[in-house]
Design a protein around this ligand. Structure first.
Ligand SMILES: Cc1cc2nc3c(=O)[nH]c(=O)nc-3n(C[C@H](O)[C@H](O)[C@H](O)COP(=O)(O)O)c2cc1C
Length: 356
């Protein structure tokens, strides 16, 4: 065992034996809110010490004109309102995708709406874009002095459709999100793949996607003609191969800067029998059961296009991360792996010697 491996093992064991049992003894959403509040309140000197403990991002890479100090980022949905935006870099992330943020504030679906499938190393959620709205998120980032281009750890902002806005008015709604948040985002992620907003995934269909992306890329250019904010598109793992190919073609035609694959799945693969009751909850499944599906999708996309692919879905260990890099992903995002394995998984991925 090398020193690096030993160090990651110690971090992992510490998290899984000391901290996780306490966190997992609480309701998932309540402890999530508490953790975000606690992280958001960490004073600057503590944030400054964290990288000494956890290690810094490694293997920098430029993608879509953005300098990423590391290859692994925070996936959308963990910091929906951006309050903990200053802590993700000190925790070892090379970038963070905040949100999903909608143009209007909204409460999301009724609780409970987040479930842990502990034996399966998975989560199911049907949050429904609970968030304070684009203006509030813009104010939070402005108060932190986090504006586009100023962040050592690039900030992506995921935008989605406000629930009460009909699908036929989705384009105008996404445009409000883009206009309000572009000054703060190193990239904008267009979320057309959450399973928890009725009809949202229809926006992945060819004509609708083309219309939406054309409007967003045009607006990005109008807002900042010399340096438009890059637009990434986040897709679902439940598309057929033909649909994936269609999405890729539209992304290329509409000059998006990258594809994020994937969001949570509505399918229920590889669930431990003990988790069967929770698996019956409606919502999107993430974590270990998603690994193979996400990997197959990343392979399919990278075999079809030169567009940068950001892999998300079931990256629970550095080995999962390596498989994504080997499949052609340039950057990674982690959500459920961070909940189950803590900062060790980020430190372990940062220490991969050959990310690509
Ligand atoms: C509780 C929860 C909330 C999420 N919210 C969002 C969201 O608002 N926007 C989004 O694009 N993805 C959201 N996701 C999906 C994650 O960003 C990620 O794509 C997915 O969980 C797969 O990665 P993982 O297996 O590492 O969790 C959410 C996931 C979870 C578990």
């Amino acid at each position: 065992m090398t020193w690096d491996e030993m160090y990651v093992w110690l971090l992992l064991t510490g998290y899984r034996t000391l901290l996780r049992p306490v966190l997992f003894s609480q309701d998932p959403e309540r402890i999530h809110e508490w953790t975000i509040k606690t992280l958001a309140a960490l004073p600057k000197p503590v944030r400054a010490v964290l990288p000494l403990l956890l290690g810094k991002p490694r293997n920098p890479l430029e993608v879509a004109g953005i300098n990423f100090p590391g290859r692994v980022g925070l996936a959308a949905g963990l910091d929906k309102d951006a309050t903990a935006a200053r802590v993700w870099a000190p925790l070892g992330f090379g970038f963070a995708e905040l949100g999903t943020v909608t143009a209007q504030p909204q409460p999301g679906n009724d609780k409970p709406r987040s479930f842990r499938l502990v034996t399966s190393s998975a989560l199911i959620n049907r949050m429904g874009f609970n968030n304070p709205g684009a203006h509030q998120v813009a104010q939070t980032l402005a108060a932190y002095g986090m504006v586009r281009g100023s962040n050592r750890c690039p900030i992506g902002i995921s935008i989605g459709k406000t629930k009460v806005v009909p699908l036929s008015d989705a384009v105008a709604d996404y445009l409000v999100g883009l206009r309000t948040l572009a000054p703060y985002a190193d990239y904008i992620a267009v979320n057309v793949s959450s399973p928890n907003t009725a009809g949202l995934r229809q926006l992945q269909q060819k004509a609708q996607l083309a219309e939406l992306l054309a409007a967003l890329t045009t607006e990005a250019t109008l807002l900042s003609p010399d340096n438009p904010v890059p637009i990434f598109v986040k897709i679902a793992p439940d598309l057929s191969e033909a649909e994936i190919d269609e999405v890729v073609t539209v992304c290329e035609q509409e000059h998006v800067a990258g594809i994020i694959a994937t969001n949570t799945t509505l399918t229920r693969p590889e669930i431990a029998p003990i988790d069967a009751a929770k698996a019956a909850e409606s919502g999107g499944l993430s974590g270990a059961p998603l690994t193979a599906l996400a990997l197959a999708l990343v392979r399919r996309i990278t075999s079809r296009t030169q567009l940068p692919v950001l892999a998300s879905g079931g990256i629970m260990t550095p080995a999962d991360a390596q498989a994504m890099f080997d499949a052609g992903a340039v950057l990674l995002q982690v959500y459920t792996g961070f909940i189950f394995n803590g900062p060790a998984v980020i430190a372990g991925i940062n220490r991969l010697s050959k990310p690509r």
